[in-house]
Design a protein around this ligand. Sequence first.
Ligand code: XUL
Ligand code: CO
Length: 441
Amino acid sequence: MSEYFKEVSKIEYEGPKSDNPLSFKFYNPDEKINGKKMKEHLRFAVAYWHTFQARGADPFGADGSAIRPWDHITDPMDLAKAKVEANFEFCEKLGVPFFCFHDRDIAPEADTLKETNKRLDEIVAVIKDRMKDSDVKLLWGTTNAFGHRRFTNGASTSNNASVFAYAAAQVKKAMEITMELGGQNYVFWGGREGYETLLNTDMKLELDNLARFLRMAVEYRKEIGFDGQLLIEPKPKEPTKHQYDFDTATVLGFLKENGLDKDFKMNIEANHATLAGHTFQHDLRLARINNALGSIDANQGDMLLGWDTDQFPTNIYDTTFAMYEVIKMGGFTKGGLNFDAKVRRASFEPIDLFYGHIAGMDAFAQGLKIASRIVEDDVFDKFISERYASYNTGIGKEIVEGKVGFKELEAYTLENGEPEITSGRQELLESILNQYIIGAK
Ligand code: XUL
Ligand code: CO
């Protein structure tokens, strides 16, 4: 077995004051937070595509800048096998318990679907074999039905029925291998499921076909007995101008409209939420209160740029708010925190892959610690319940219980006159939050 990251040994927790860049400052996997180990709260995953496939390319440098320890391997299948080894070594050295992949990340596409599936089987066998002596597991699998030119006009929302069929065949196989590898979830990210112009688009048919496609996936999941969660990952734009799975609210409505809301949960990505004009926490909250928060793609965007920069998450406010939602939903069941994040083009050395993940893991460990103190002290929830106390008694209670209508409310208002309103205290709450963020509380 080859070792790809020779300069790195197992990353250990050394505490907040350590100067060792290859150590955790805050992520202490076995430390208990509210009776549960950090590693069980956080359930980190490495994204195969960013870590083992991405080359630091951009529209002005398509060749990429990355230097990788497998660059000397030229045969595509040998390279795919090398990346399996590199993945397990990387996850084990970081102590990351999961990884995630698209079908085309783990095995290169061949000339025919039959040949491509054969290649997948060969690599799946290698992964399965390696899993035997490793604790590293598969968090989720997905399909790349957006990269190949056949998907230029979409996959399940393509104008071409044969493309719809191709995508279905691909999801079928990807779901099978996800199940074979013990994957705990299967993700649908829309890829090119959207459109550029209504001058050439039958929007109604495309949306109906998307629902038909998801229904087929639900049926096939049942048929093969896959017990992983099915997740939809919303994103508002990029690659298409109008992505159908715009944000959590849109997806929830779509699922309800099509009777699919019991079958799917959400995989919320930070950078996708912000591209939709929401905060990360907004989408997490909306999913949580609808019992639909399945898993998280942990990254962050650049607020000055309008595209999906997929940076490693280092913003402690965001990781705190995210872990607040996770704690409030009672923790992940099958989901986790997948680093759908890539190192910058200028961070081209293999070691940067470690620095990126360490930064993200430490930021989420801090977020977890801070959020759990906030939950424990009941700071904001207490304020919120007092703020809405008028709905607990009197007319408020009657509104909530559906006992009054417009006529009764008019009579109430005529009798009681002008309502007394209260301050929202936003600035006070923000400064209390800062006390938690800096660790004073
Ligand atoms: C694209 C994105 C994908 C999905 C999986 O923006 O986030 O990598 O997470 O297809
Ligand atoms: Co993602």
